[in-house]
Design a protein around this ligand. Sequence first.
Ligand code: ADP
Length: 800
Amino acid sequence: MSTVAEIFKTMEYGPAPESDKEALAWLGKHERVFGHYIDGAWTEPGDTFDVVNPATAKVIARVTNGTTDDVDAAVDAAKRALPGWRALSAHARARYLYAIARGVQKHSRLLAVLESMDNGKSIRETRDIDVPLVARHFYHHAGWAQLLETEFAGYEGVGVVGQIIPWNFPLLMLAWKIAPALAAGNTVVLKPAEFTPLTAMAFAEIVDEIGLPPGVVNIVNGHGETGAAIVDHPDVDKIAFTGSTEVGRIIRKATAGSGKKLSLELGGKSPFIVYDDADLDSVVEGVVDAIWFNQGQVCCAGSRLLVQESIQDRLIAKLRARMERLRVGSPLDKAVDMGAIVAPVQLERIKGLVQQGVDEGATMWQPSWACPTDGYFYPPTLFTDVQPSSTIAQVEIFGPVLVAMSFRTPEESVALANNTPYGLAASVWTESINLALDIAPKIKAGVVWVNSTNLFDASAGFGGYRESGFGREGGKEGMWEYLVRSRGTGRAASRRVKQAPSRAAAGAKSAARGSSSESPAIDRTPKLFIGGKQARPDGAYTRRIQSPSGATVGESPEGNRKDIRNAVEAAHAAKGWSRATGHNRAQILYYIAENLAARADEFAARIDAMTEVGRRNAAAEVDASISRLFSYGAWADKYDGAVHNVPIRGVALAMNEPIGVVGIACGDTHPLLGMVSLVAPAIAMGNTTIVVPSEPHPLSATDFYSILETSDVPAGVINIVTGARDTLATVLAEHDDVDAVWYVGARDGARAVEFASASNMKRTWTFLDDRDWLDRDEGEGREFLRAATQVKNIWVPYGE
Ligand code: ADP
């Protein structure tokens, strides 16, 4: 007779299938063929393509391939719906979002089953993770809609939003996109991924059911070309994209100079770091969730296991034992751990990369059991003996393949973790809170999970650093992606700018009278300012600087590509600045202000000589610059992060981190204030900078060197290269060691910067030279601080 323990060990799982009856009935109701959902109505199906169930390889529906006409119709509907949607009270919009959340919950079973059938992911995941998170996202954002006017005062929705999503979390990505867009008062054209359009169709029905005004949400099916038509449409004001870095790069280039707002959530190769004191049983379950959740088709999957050498063998043995017990099978079986891979093309890609890993000499291990053969299945796979530079350690596989590498010290673990162009997420496993919170800020990733992995919530921002894209989804930080400064302010600004020439003309007389005697001697030959030292320009050229009336004011060096490279190097070398305390940075900003105040007259004379705005205006610009430096001295230790209220036993710490090395190309007006207004927030937040000052009026910047030299600004924190602004800005945008470029100037220059930024997907912030820098509302504040930082969410669960 066998004991209970023996029975338990030898017991097999019986099948526990979830019924697909309701989903099949729903498909039947639509005769298994779908058009688009535009302007509150279903379009007639056009040219269609097949939708396949990856677990059976059978066609389950057909959807229409959207044409440019379809996209035009959808954008047109969204545009027409915009005024009405905006005119609603925030409360009314909140109620619609709330109704959508209720609708999702009401149809949760249909949505979960449909998602499993369409994507191949297990019903356990769709039922317990995807769909509940979708509802949560709409509830949370109903809240932001309600609070829009108070929490985002001075801002308004950007307009018509184009959204393009991938196939790995079809409905969840839809929710991440649509909820904040609607909450911010925008209307939407969304394209689901071609592999997984069905839950978006079911969602359209929910939107219809709750009576959302026509045109507020439009869903157009199709392939990449349909997505490109949305990206290129002139009436789309913002693009939000989740998908591959490759397509993200195409979209960055396609939108360059268009003035469209852009957020990109791209690929990753996220580290899962295990220190020798970690609880290894929890680690094993963590790994299962990190890389075998959704068959590893997760942009933030913990696909690189970095383990401390002393525990490597033990952990690998435990992992293999656990893998042996994982179950791969029908996604609708409630007892499987892993379902099917989304499509043959993806399966082939995984197989190809695994073969490459083997060819490159790594050791591949898979469980002894075999996968079902009637669909696109792939077993959990573990690589050991992996070189950090090998293909499988660098390339995103987007499948159930884990690569393991070892490290000896925490420093080495950080270096290994950051040895990737990506920066989406990371997991850190240790029982030492000291170690965890020391490591988390050192990892270049938008999300860090401590002793946990793949945690998501609507209240916490999600998004990447570096080539994983920019922008955040979720949390207050995610709402900003869908908002712009109220346009009222912008118009007022351009009116004021139009008056500027007359001010200059008025000042011209006084300049002609007195400025030549008051301005510094012409024969001073300023240099560049690089690494805390004045440096001769590489090309040895200078240009003559003239006032509007033609008087020679001085000379400025003509910086070139080499000078920019040197400045970038110096800015990198100064990165210790990011670790200076806020208090320390504040002290230095105040010190700069103090030294500028001591030489206020001289700076005013120089501004007047260059711009002929008159001494009074010039003095006002110097005063405003001093005040601005004080403002960012004030902010340096006050721009706090947040503790997000996530639904776990624990906290998510949203930390504002500097972006890194920031290139700043200044506009033409307000040579001193325009520069200070950009440089001060950047350095206040811990960035180091390369500044290209006003091209026609660079001498306030070259005069500024001596102020920097006497204000304890560490070498390399501010580097200044004068010369042709647009050319130098483009060089900065092309440079792979520059993390962000800010550009003030004309549309052509902005386009060049945005286009070039695609090389390493650096962040850009471009705007036209029409800001009134003297106006505190326009010229300083949180908008600048947000641009100078990126939010890292560190999830810290607690309790036993
Ligand atoms: P994945 O590798 O995850 O399939 P893709 O980046 O290829 O990611 O696809 C993500 C989404 O982007 C899909 O909806 C796809 O149709 C769309 N897409 C693909 N190419 C383009 C393009 N050139 N422009 C806009 N959207 C595109």
